[in-house]
Write a protein of this length. Structure first.
Lengths: 431, 431
């Protein structure tokens, strides 16, 4: 057996580890030979010393090999977002792409901190299950063209165990560790093609473009090293995405979008990601062709019909696709008032996400109970003109006091001044 | 309660911690509120980010406050060495200084890795105990003027617990952590004055002067911050110290020195450290005066007489002070032969320490059994001329095969060439 402490010291001293060394650490931890207190110093050493692209490839592959790897006999494509506020895109995107003829095996996550999670949003639909077995997952994909589930027990168990440890030891914010965590799951789930929606801005983990491109390159290089085709889309997270934030509220918005409602930022990003998925997977050669197919899938109602079949097959009530309002909204609304007259210069979108934890729209810790019907409706984005005391949006809540407090916190996330401010693009031209 | 993870992240991000934050970490760990897997990331964060002098003072003080602090109603002085090969100086130094009228409360350590430990050496004397209680420790100091014991259970328990964790997580080699570990014990033991013998060279932890002075300044500043007077002596560890290496062998050499045997490097360093202890503690104003008192304490036999009383009071057989040969030597000797004719350019002294583990003169791990009577006699030092195949010394052992292997390893630690090479000074002029 390798001396695991020697490997940790080698990384501490900034040397590049071999494939065998990286694998010894990961397998040693999963098997219990490497105790928590040594694994955490390895993680902290990686935090400080980083990893080369080659090492990140070894790490990701070692993660994958601790569990099952799903393989499909047909072309597959998935999208992963690095997390933001109001990001309900997967709920529209997966059925659109499936309707265009490519299969989407999507393993998704839960809300944590200021960001939402697709699984929680979907589970606000009565009866809908996301804890499918691999064979159920395959069956839904075969019949509907896509499925969205939670990580099964035997998919990348190393990542689950290591993520729990990172969360309590200050080693979450390490680009190599983030990369291995994301890519191992996205490769093990069987997606041969992957479009990454890398969010940049005040509501994202990556606050500026240089940090985002560093992560983007790492993710792409790791996927390609392990045989996956990867494309990165950088998108703007300086404002919440769409109009609604909150679990059932976002599902309703996603369905209304597929029913034909015009929501500009959502529309632009969803169609762009869908077209990228279709070209990356080779379904269409040309972006414009792909765009036309995407638009048709939405306008013809085929995407909405796919979503309804998906909901039904995973145990949910598909009437929501006809009447999304049945999901309901919380009892009270409290206006979010502008504290000044002028143009919105910036929004601390992360603070909005955190503020909404007060009405249980988000999770402080993984055990937090969610109130699916709470959240916010927010119209005001960067560049908009507002009058003092005018409502920029509203908090939707079941506890009026907490709602008021939340609305005040959100007001403070806005910086307003007399200077005109340009509206921002949702898709960023980076590099 | 402070959020301990927030404090760890603050240190990870390179910020200076407050006294309360440092204390929360140390107390949290000792009480069990902070689990091993979080403490180790704190230690690794300190490894990478370092600590300011102020923080190191907080850390040292927090260590001390987890246990008892001994206080004496008279002037005290101690010496601490950062560890080397053949370093038997404490055995001579403590009785010399006591004979000159200053009390020496000395808490010492065990052999580990390539370095020896005073406790192991002393325990080669039949019957001698080092595990005294605090009241026994005080009694021996009162009556003999010095005592050398092992760390009692309630002296700096934080250091014992944290050191064990550092040892298995690659966080030993951190100057702030080394400083807190050394200084907490040397302050808690009740030494108001402390001379530090900072070893520099191939047989020391600090291989070069710049690393050594960095540690030296940190140790001095920390002691002074906590009310201790500290003086640093930098000494040469490019060759083994004295002629013998090995537990009972070094005790015999120390007694022979006090009986009048001339061993130049030992003599020079012992007297210098003794004189510094006497001036630092205010017993003598002038170094030359102190030097004369030291020489007299040795030549008059008073130092040897103190050593005999100490051995007797701690349960040992004081006949060794008359006839050190009764401690015995291992059965066999194997020559250490020069592999070339020429001048000794350098000696990898650390490798000699490691080689001697093969005859059980040193400890690979804390549980290793020692053979007190094994070791080596080594005459050849840097600058000496040797002929090929000439004996530069000998391995003393109870297993001839292992002895031969050890002798070969030691031969390889020597670099010999035709160029003349200056002999090196034992006391270094640093800064």
């Amino acid at each position: 057996m390798e001396n695991l402490l020697q490997i940790i010291i080698k990384k501490r001293d900034g040397e590049e580890l071999t494939e065998r060394e990286v694998e010894s650490i990961v397998n040693g931890y999963v098997s219990g030979d490497l105790p928590d207190y040594q694994m955490t110093v390895f993680l902290m050493a990686v935090y400080f010393q980083g990893m080369t692209d080659i090492e990140i490839g070894y790490l990701t592959n070692s993660y994958i090999r601790t569990g099952d790897r799903i393989d499909f006999p047909f072309t597959t494509v998935d999208k992963h977002s690095t997390g933001g506020v109001g990001d309900k895109i997967s709920i529209m995107l997966a059925p659109i792409v499936a309707a265009c003829g490519v299969k989407v095996p999507m393993i998704s996550g839960r809300a944590l901190g200021h960001t939402g999670g697709t699984l929680d949003k979907l589970e606000s639909i009565p009866g809908l299950r996301t804890d499918l077995s691999e064979s159920e997952f395959r069956k839904v994909i075969d019949e509907v063209g896509f499925s969205i589930i939670s990580q099964t027990d035997n998919l990348v168990p190393a990542d689950r165990k290591i993520y729990a440890l990172r969360d309590v030891t200050g080693t979450v914010e390490s680009l190599p560790l983030i990369t291995a965590s994301i890519m191992s799951k996205k490769i093990a789930e069987g997606a041969a093609n992957l479009v990454l929606d890398l969010k940049v801005g005040t509501g994202a983990f990556m606050q500026n473009e240089s940090a985002a491109t560093k992560l983007g390159k790492m993710l792409k290089s790791t996927g390609e090293r392990l045989g996956q085709r990867v494309e990165i889309v950088y998108s703007n997270m300086n404002s919440p995405l769409g109009l609604y934030i909150g679990n059932a509220l976002e599902v309703q918005e996603a369905i209304e979008y597929l029913q034909g409602k015009n929501i500009p930022d959502l529309d632009m990003l969803t169609k762009h990601l869908a077209a990228k998925m279709l070209t990356l997977s080779g379904t269409y050669q040309e972006y414009q062709q792909a765009m036309r197919a995407v638009t048709k899938a939405i306008e013809s109602g085929q995407a909405l019909e796919r979503l309804a079949r998906f909901i039904r097959m995973q145990g949910g009530d598909d009437k929501v696709c006809e009447t999304p309002q049945i999901l309901g909204k919380a009892k009270y609304t409290v206006d979010i008032s502008a504290n000044k007259t002028g143009y919105i210069q910036s929004i601390d979108t992360r603070r909005i996400g955190y503020a909404l934890m007060n009405v249980n729209a988000g999770r402080r810790v993984l055990e937090s109970q969610l109130d699916y019907n709470s959240g916010a409706y927010i119209e005001a984005k960067i560049g908009d003109f507002v009058n003092v005391d005018e409502a920029m949006g509203k908090v939707i809540c079941n506890d009026k006091d907490k709602g008021r407090y939340t609305a005040e916190l959100i007001t403070k996330a806005y910086i307003i001044s007399d200077h005109k401010k340009k509206k921002e693009n949702i898709i960023l031209e980076v590099e």
